[in-house]
Structures are given as C-alpha cells and as structure tokens.
Design a protein around this ligand. Structure first.
Ligand SMILES: Nc1nc2c(ncn2[C@@H]2O[C@H](COP(=O)(O)OP(=O)(O)OP(=O)(O)O)[C@@H](O)[C@H]2O)c(=O)[nH]1
Ligand SMILES: [Mg+2]
Length: 488
C-alpha cells in the first residue's frame, strides 16, 4: 500500500519543506514583477466578485467508509496560470467562481499566479503559499479551492501550510454533480465517480485525520484503516457497477425499440449553461428545468417530436460539459454519454455571448472524442444571440460553416434551427408503392409517422400510397407492395 505512487512519506516531505517559508522561490521573484505589470492581483477586481450568502453544501456520507465531507462555505479561489492570455486566466477563474457558487459557497477572494508549471509539492509557488495563508487569515475563509486537479500530496502539503481545508476543481465538480443528480442512475454514476476519486486519495485524507489525532506519522493503525477503507470502497464500487449495468440494459432496450422503428434520434450536447435545456423546451415544449447554474441538468430527458412533414424523431437533452471534465466522471457517465455517441445527429449548443465560445467548442469536442462521438453528424447552434456581440456571431459563423444562430430565450432563429435539424436527419430512402386494405389503417399511420408520404389515394380496393420508408419498414410492407409501372 505504501508503495502506491501517490503515497509518499509525509514526514520526509514535511522535513524537506520545513525551510520553505524563509526561502525565496525563484518563480516567485518573477511572479511579483508580472503581478505589478498586469495588475492581476488588483484588489478592487478581486472584491468585484459576486458574493452569494448561504447554503452549506454538506455532502452526505456517500459510503460507509469514513469520508471527508465537503462543506464549502467561505472560500478563497486559487489558480495557476501556465499558458494563454490574461483573459484566458481570468475566464478560467470566473468559471471556477461560478462552479464554487453553484456548489453553494461564498467566494471571498480570487487569486492566481503566473508560473511555467505548477509546483510539484504545493501547486502554487512555495513563496505564494504564505500569501494565500494571509488572505485566508484576513478573510476568515474556511476552504481554499484550487483551479486544477491536484495530487493528494499537494493537497496535503497545502492543508498543512494553510491550516484550512483545501479542495481541487475535480472535487468541486463532483460535489455539484452529487447535489444535482436526481435519477437513480445519475446518483449511482456520481457515487461511482466520487468513490474512484476518493480511493486515490484515501492516504491524503487519512493523514489529515491522523494529524487531528495528534500523530503526523502515526502509520500503524492508520494504515490498517486505509486498507479496510480501500476494500470497502472496492466492494461498493463493484456493487454500483452491477446496478449500473442493469440500468443500462433497460435503457438499451428502449434504444433498440427506437432503432427497430427507425426513429431518428437527436442529442443536444454542449458546454454547461449554454442553453441546451432551454433549446429543448423551445423546440419541443419539454418543460425541462432551466437554471442559470452550472450542471443544472444531469439526467437526460428525451422527447418525441415530429418534422414539418410529420415524421417522428426524438430529441434528448444531456449533461453539460466543462473544460477538464474529471475523468472519473466521464468514466462513470459513460453509459449516459453513449446516447450522444449513438445519436443520428448531435446538436452542439454553444453560448455566443460567452467570452470564449471557441474554447467551449473545443472543450466539448474533446469530450466527444473521449466518448467516441466524433463521427456523429454535428450541427452547431450558436445560442443567446440576443446577448451576443454581432461581431462574435459572424466570427463563429465563419469558423463553423455548418451552424445556425438563435436565441432560445426570444425565439429568434428557432425556425432555422428546426429546419437545419430536419435537413440533417437521416431520410427514409426506399421508394414503395402500396395498396393497403382499409383494415390496415395502423400501417397507414405508421407510414405517416416514420416515412415520407408522396401521394395517397383512397380507391375502391383500399388506400393507394406512394411513399419513401426505411429499408426495414419496406420489408414489413412487402405483402402490400405493388410491382410494375405505377399508373399515372
Ligand atoms: N439571454 C439568453 N439567455 C438564455 C438563452 N438560452 C438560455 N438562456 C439562459 O441561460 C441559462 C442556462 O440555460 P439552460 O437551458 O439551463 O442551460 P443548459 O445548457 O441546459 O445548462 P446545464 O444543464 O446547466 O448544463 C438560463 O438562465 C437560461 O435562462 C438565450 O438564448 N438568451
Ligand atoms: Mg440543462
């Protein structure tokens, strides 16, 4: 157990870092210069952050193992900015603030540091840790949230120095998912992701607990406990996987049913808060929850709808994506995300009023690649046209030739979206000429629902129809198919 890569010797590490406070980090010196020129630590700007009061976010004990509860109330956000422009860094911090607020925390301060790469021991520069400590003390924050996925050792070192709870962006996203999952399947998926995250970090939490008990290096009993915890987590993971596999079968059955009837499916996907649920509501009167919050939707909703010529297809809303979506979550949500991979068309919604819509498009496509959905036909819907800058809209239109602009809020462009979706749906492609007896009204309505009716005549012998239908359906209709040259 102690040989696991993430396990390192805490005592040795602490001894090694004992002198840090008096050392000046070389990164740090340059950092201070950068700060002066960019004004990135500008106090006024930091205070400009919206403050949201209330709502503690105590995670329920999601497993029987001893689990570090996330109670994020008064938080300080800390980022490391390694590449890109100042604007990119600020967008990233603004997104972290939105995530923190969605989780129910009050953001007190927001600081980031320019570095070539995160410090292996403390993520931010060693000298900067003291600065953050000052901020924590001055604001009375109880938690520091780091903008990234940190190694357990980094979290532990930071907690040791900052004397408050330190969580990373991944834990924060998992926490939001845990709060928002409603369906049984969604809850099981989040729990699975949380367990995988925890499992890799048991040692980290463990040392904090043992510190409370007074023995920093107190391995003996602690180790045994971690062993048991790990085993219990493994058992729980196995149980959840079995349950999820069962739920997947149920969904697969429904999907097969749709496929048998050749009902085309459209998946609405995109960055979180882009307006996916609003668009589904606009297009189908779905009545799905819309909220100005990140990851408002976790459980996919599917609605049946029809094209202007009456063919049935389905449209589903899906969980939103975000930059660096935690890998544990993608894994856990894989079966839900398969809906996107198996759709006939992906409607990729992007928020045209966001400061970096291109960044959102590529973050979403990175997830598409991860879930093998890159080959599905994609229609880009540039939403929030009512708020967006026209220059941004035309830039996006140019970059994404297969796109439409709309506002799910005002309804502007919605007709164009519908037309574009219809144009992209697979079309039934077998021409048939049928004479159906009047007793088979059911078949006539199925042809209306799933095929394209070209002509229809009610004759003395029955309903005479020329239509285009799918190959499978054409097979079913064989008995009534007329051969020979159609009469005029
Ligand atoms: N101004 C404006 N606001 C919009 C538009 N579309 C959606 N919104 C708002 O954007 C916010 C997010 O909308 P949702 O439809 O919940 O977004 P989503 O993509 O489903 O978000 P998640 O489920 O959280 O990933 C809500 O406050 C909506 O009212 C639009 O066209 N214009
Ligand atoms: Mg939604």
């Amino acid at each position: 157990m102690t040989n696991a890569p993430e396990d390192f010797d805490l005592e040795a590490e602490l001894a090694e870092t004992a002198g840090w406070d008096s050392e000046v980090d070389p990164e740090e010196r340059r950092d201070e210069r950068t700060d002066q020129t960019t004004g990135s630590m500008d106090l006024a700007e930091r205070h400009a952050l919206r403050r949201v009061v209330g709502l503690s976010t105590e995670l329920e004990d999601i497993s029987e193992v001893e689990y570090r509860q996330l109670r994020l109330e008064r938080v300080v956000l800390v980022g490391v900015w390694t590449e890109g422009t100042v604007e990119d860094a600020e967008n990233s911090m603004a997104e972290l603030a939105a995530l923190a607020e969605t989780a129910g925390s009050q953001v007190l301060e927001n600081v980031y540091q320019r570095r070539d790469k995160p410090d292996p021991a403390t993520y931010i520069g060693r000298g900067k840790v003291e600065g953050v400590r000052e901020i924590v003390r001055a604001t009375g924050a109880d938690t520091v949230i780091m903008d990234g996925e940190l190694a357990p050792s980094q979290l532990r070192n930071l907690e040791d120095k900052l004397k408050v709870k330190v969580v990373d962006r991944t834990a924060l996203i998992l926490d939001i998912f845990a709060q928002h999952a409603k369906s049984k399947e969604g809850q099981a998926q989040v729990e699975l992701a949380q367990l995988s995250y925890m499992k890799q970090r048991l040692r980290g939490w463990g040392s904090s607990l043992s510190r409370q008990a007074g023995g920093i290096g107190g391995r003996g009993p602690g180790e045994t406990k971690i062993e048991t915890d790990r085993r219990r987590i493994n058992d729980k993971v196995a149980k959840l996987r079995r349950e999820l596999a069962h739920m997947k079968t149920t969904r697969q059955t429904k999907r097969n049913e749709r496929r048998r009837n050749s009902i085309p499916s459209v998946a609405i996907a995109g960055y979180t808060n882009a307006g996916k649920s609003s668009l589904l509501n606009r297009l189908t009167d779905a009545g799905v929850l819309v909220e100005d919050s990140l990851f408002a939707t976790l459980d996919p909703t599917t609605r049946r709808t029809t094209t202007s010529d009456g063919r049935i297809y389905t449209m589903s809303d899906t969980v939103g994506f975000v930059r660096h979506l935690p890998h544990d979550l993608i894994e856990a949500f894989r079966s839900t995300l398969e809906e996107v991979a198996e759709a006939d068309l992906v409607v990729h919604v992007v928020d045209g009023s966001h400061p970096d819509p291109e960044g959102q498009l590529s973050a979403v496509r990175a997830v598409f690649a991860d879930i093998d959905a890159s080959s599905v036909k994609e229609l880009v819907v540039i939403n929030k046209a009512d708020l967006a800058d026209p220059i941004t809209l035309s830039r996006l239109r140019q970059r994404e030739p297969h796109s439409v602009v709309c506002s799910a809020k005002t309804g502007e462009g919605i007709e164009d979206v519908l037309a574009a979706i219809e144009g992209d749906l697979p079309r039934p492609d077998v021409d048939v000429r049928l004479l159906l007896p009047y007793s088979r009204g059911d078949l006539v309505s199925r042809i209306h629902d799933h095929g394209e009716v070209l002509t229809i005549d009610h004759t003395g012998d029955g309903t005479l129809i020329r239509a285009r239908v799918s190959e499978a359906f054409a097979g079913e209709l064989e008995l009534y198919t007329l051969t020979g040259t159609p009469e005029a």
